[in-house]
Structures are given as C-alpha cells and as structure tokens.
Design a protein around this ligand. Structure first.
Ligand code: FES
Length: 108
C-alpha cells in the first residue's frame, strides 16, 4: 500500500506501508509535515484534515457522524468533495491500496 502526500509548497512524500495504516498515523510515523493528529485518531480534533485527490474519492468509506462534525471546524477551508479526516481512512486493508492527498496550509 502507498500513500502520497502533496505539500502546499509543492514537495511530495511517497510512503510505502508494510501493513495497512491510516493516513494520519502513517504521516506521523514517517515525519510527514503538515498533519498533526492531536486527538490521536478519534475524530475529535480535525488536525489531520486532508484533501483527497479526485481519482480516489469513489473508493473512500462513508463519512461518519463524528467526522462530519469535525470537518465543519477545520483550520483550512473544507472542500465539500475532497475534505476528509486522515485518521478515518485506512489504506491497504479494505480495498483501497493507494491514495494521494493534498495537505492543507493550516491544521490549527
Ligand atoms: Fe484528531 Fe483525526 S487525529 S480528528
């Protein structure tokens, strides 16, 4: 499984996962900048906000109630189609083998 993080300044990090992981957790483990994950992945802080690239949107799980609430209070503006919480999306375990996301300008 692979997660590609595109930074606002144009840098890109491509992370190869050894086993399934979530977008927020994988970013922290691999020191990808711009993703904070303050609440530890409980959909309670919105500091793991990412913009999922169009071609991966159809493969995403539904937005849960907690996630929906947090997406209303993101530091960078919500994109109605592409905004998700990185801690709520697993890559490698559930049919989604690769994803690319844009990291927002601000998380707090
Ligand atoms: Fe807090 Fe995702 S890490 S909402």
């Amino acid at each position: 499984p692979t997660i590609t993080y595109h930074q606002p300044g144009g840098d890109t990090q491509v992370i190869e996962l050894e086993k399934p992981d979530r977008i927020m957790q994988a970013a922290l483990k691999n020191s990808v900048p711009g993703i904070v994950g303050e609440c530890g992945g409980q959909a309670m802080c919105a500091t793991c906000h990412v913009y999922v690239r169009e071609e991966y949107l159809d493969a995403l799980p539904e937005i849960g109630d907690d996630e929906e609430e947090m997406l209303e209070v993101t530091a960078s503006e919500r994109d109605e189609r592409r905004s998700r919480l990185g801690c709520q999306i697993e890559v490698g375990g559930s049919g989604l083998e690769a994803i690319e996301v844009d990291v927002p300008e601000e998380q707090v």
